[in-house]
Unconditional design. Sequence first.
Length: 95
Amino acid sequence: MTSGNVEKKWRLYAACDGKSPSLWFPEYGASPDEVMQALMVCHKPCPVIEECLSYAVSMDMRFGIWGGEDFRLRKVRQRTRRMVRERSREKNKTK
């Protein structure tokens, strides 16, 4: 199985499968109610929410709601993880 097929396979189990793609891209004019509707689908819970979020982070998806998070929240999480790793490395150097 190719990596492309693996990436797509989790999508078959997503709670958003079959829903309008416009819900997931509030940058293109979705109302706050539509954004909330999209987030509610993600946290319903979706059985593949972690895979979805991991995919978005690994692909540096700059638009859309993926894994129940928008781009800004994904960036905050990435920054936080990076800071924790850097501090951990610094702490290990001083030992």
